[in-house]
Design a protein around this ligand. Structure first.
Ligand SMILES: [Zn+2]
Length: 339
């Protein structure tokens, strides 16, 4: 077992060789503890008598039938957050704002489980069947007004249980102004229902008081290396990429222009910035977008493409093209978050 302080001395390679069960981490005494307390305050302010219990695991998730949720290990130590960023190019829930956003969503699942809300007829009518199987992927409709917008990638459209959790999260967020924001949207019916439901259960003790923890760190014996291998596989787009046509529109294949800067170098220089812009705009994972950029860079090399010096909007064109490719990836089926 390693102490939290000893983690700082390990190289990335040494860290990746470690198994989760050998990491000695806890939520107590970290910034995470404070964030959980903020969530509890928000719930209490609404008169809800549920403080979902939390524990550390590989990812964010709320297990079936448990009124509490798991928080990813990398949020419990800055050294692990740095490793996460290096491996995945983003730290999901790394800022206080993002962390609370995800916790409100998980609290939605937790309250659903605590009071068995999904067994109600009206819940089924509005959100669909809680028990329908989770798809391996979903095809979101970005312009739909039947669903609230909270987590990235139109996540409310992934499953009825996610739709409920997302609606609850929007309802819970202080100052969300949901009545005005969703005025005229069919999704407003769901928000109003959540509002009535919470009014009804406010002050009541949960029916399900289980304190079960699932896949807690001491129970996980895989290494961090295996974990990241699996995670990258999960987030990468799986449709066959064909960027050549787009690249040939943006860059020049004119071999007389040997003095013009290479397209591959251009993409490499702007890689981080492009990746960030498209991730923010589409809600797709940074890693998935970076993978596409990496394919584009190697195609630019193969095709010996160059930046057209007469073209001063190359950056914008790459941005548009990458956004289109990302949306195609999302439409071909995409699962942004595990649960
Ligand atoms: Zn969820």
């Amino acid at each position: 077992m390693l102490s939290a302080r000893e983690l700082n001395r390990l190289t990335d390679e040494q860290l990746l060789e470690m198994r989760f069960c050998d990491l000695s981490l806890s939520i107590e005494g970290t910034a995470l503890e404070h964030r959980v307390a903020v969530l509890y305050d928000e719930l209490e302010e609404r008169g809800l008598r549920l403080k979902p219990h939390v524990w550390l695991s590989e990812e964010w998730f709320t297990p079936d039938d448990v009124p509490g949720f798991a928080i990813p290990f990398y949020l419990a130590h800055p050294r692990l957050s740095r490793l996460e960023r290096k491996q995945m190019l983003e730290v999901e829930g790394g800022t206080k704002r993002e962390c609370l956003r995800i916790m409100r969503h998980e609290a939605g699942h937790a309250i659903d489980n605590a009071f068995g809300l999904h067994t109600r007829r009206r819940y089924r009518e509005l959100f669909g069947s809680f028990n329908s199987p989770y798809p391996d992927w979903y095809k979101p409709q970005p312009n739909s007004r039947d669903f609230v917008l909270h987590l990235p990638a139109w996540y409310a459209q992934a499953h009825p249980a996610e739709d409920f959790a997302e609606t609850f999260a929007v309802w819970l967020r202080p100052g969300s102004g949901w009545r005005k924001r969703y005025s005229g949207w069919p999704a407003l019916r769901k928000l109003k229902y959540v509002d009535e439901l919470m009014e009804e259960i406010s002050g009541k003790t949960p029916i399900n008081k289980s304190l079960k923890r699932v896949e807690e760190l001491p129970d996980i014996d895989i290494t961090l290396l295996d974990h990241y291998h699996k995670k990258r596989e999960h987030y990468a787009f799986k449709w066959p990429p064909d960027y050549d046509r787009a690249l040939l529109r943006i860059f020049s294949s004119d071999h007389d222009r040997r003095s013009a800067p290479g397209a591959a170098g251009f993409l490499r220089r702007h890689r981080r910035e492009l990746c960030h812009e498209v991730a923010e705009g589409t809600g797709a994972h940074h890693y998935a977008i970076d993978q596409m950029l990496s394919h584009m860079i190697s195609r630019c090399q193969d095709l010996k493409l160059r930046v057209d010096p007469a073209q001063d909007r190359t950056w914008q064109r790459v941005l548009v093209s990458l956004t289109i490719q990302t949306m195609n990836g999302i439409h071909s089926g995409y699962h942004r978050i595990a649960l």
